[in-house]
Ligand binder design. Structure first.
Ligand SMILES: [Zn+2]
Length: 304
């Protein structure tokens, strides 16, 4: 089952000739999410042949334009394309006012329910849960309130080893308990441990998206051991002062977060428009954390 991140935009502040502002498309099993929605996101979705009517939830990290200026267009297009199913929007509270003003003055009455879920920008919390995954926020430190998002698969019922079930003549009602982790007790009182009756559980995959923030120790704890971490890396470390002024991180700092959090893989992005060649940014992050990749538009990163 898929767990994939597609980068739709990786530029900070302004778009460049070959880089759009932040947006990512995330699929987990058959769930479809959009994370941030910078200007031009719907064009990127078209370009990369993503069926955007499948998207059911949009997560907006903060209200700097390079993270949501594409949202009005995206939501309007869904309306024009005849969407009728709910769209859930997880965002800072003020976004509702911004969107509704535009809907009002364009006399747009959406054909589909747009359901707002406001993020708490003071404390990280669980904001979404269904049968297969959870989404939590992580509070970041930026010039305006900002949260990241952590997506984690939930444990699935274990699959039983058929031969063992037959051997011990285990009844269906007992099988259900074994699938949920129980041991089995035979009629003569012998305990058969669960691990001898079931296949090893599948790895639970996770992805953390940390958009705009200064270097923040509390992020390390929040994203500990995730499989894939996206962390902004707007500047190289020789512009650390500029990074601090604008509440951003450097490539070195993104690498340090990944290293200290013991993640499996790091993607850096949100590059300042001043950088044409991104290889020096990659090398700087890799000095702290070797398994680093550059966010590149149209690239699909699979979480295994
Ligand atoms: Zn920002």
């Amino acid at each position: 089952m898929s767990f994939q991140v597609t980068i739709l935009g990786c530029s900070s502040a302004t778009p460049t000739i070959d880089r759009n502002p932040t947006a990512q498309y995330l699929t987990i099993q058959d769930r479809h999410f959009l994370i941030d929605c910078g200007e031009g996101t719907q064009m990127q979705l078209r370009k990369f042949k993503i069926k955007f009517n499948k998207i059911s939830h949009v997560f907006i990290s903060h209200l700097h334009g390079d993270h949501y200026f594409g949202l009005m267009g995206f939501l309007s297009s869904l309306h024009l394309l005849g969407r009728t199913t709910e769209m859930h929007l997880h965002c800072p509270e003020a976004l509702k006012e911004i969107l509704e003003l535009q809907f009002k003055h364009s006399d747009t009455r959406l054909r589909y329910p747009l359901i707002y879920h406001f993020t708490n920008t003071l404390n990280g919390e669980l904001i979404f849960e269904d049968d297969v995954l959870t989404v939590e926020t992580v509070v970041l430190n930026h010039r305006v309130p900002c949260t990241g998002f952590i997506f984690r698969e939930k444990p699935k019922p274990l699959s039983v080893i058929k031969e063992k079930i037959a051997f011990y003549k285990i009844k269906p009602s007992e099988i259900l308990k074994i699938k949920n982790g129980a041991d089995f007790v035979t009629e003569d009182g012998q305990i058969i441990e669960n691990k001898f009756l079931t296949h090893p559980p599948a790895n639970l995959r996770s992805y953390a998206f940390c958009s705009d923030t200064t270097y923040l120790e509390s992020v390390i704890e929040a994203v500990k051991n995730v499989d894939l971490l996206y962390h902004e890396a707007t500047f190289m470390h020789n512009l650390k002062e500029r990074a601090t002024e604008t509440y951003h991180s450097t490539c070195k700092e993104a690498g340090m977060i990944a290293q200290k959090a013991n993640v499996k893989q790091l993607i850096i992005g949100h590059y300042s428009a001043r950088y044409g060649d991104l290889n020096p940014l990659l090398q700087e992050a890799q000095q702290e954390f070797a398994n680093t990749l550059l966010a590149k538009e149209g690239t699909v990163y699979s979480v295994e």
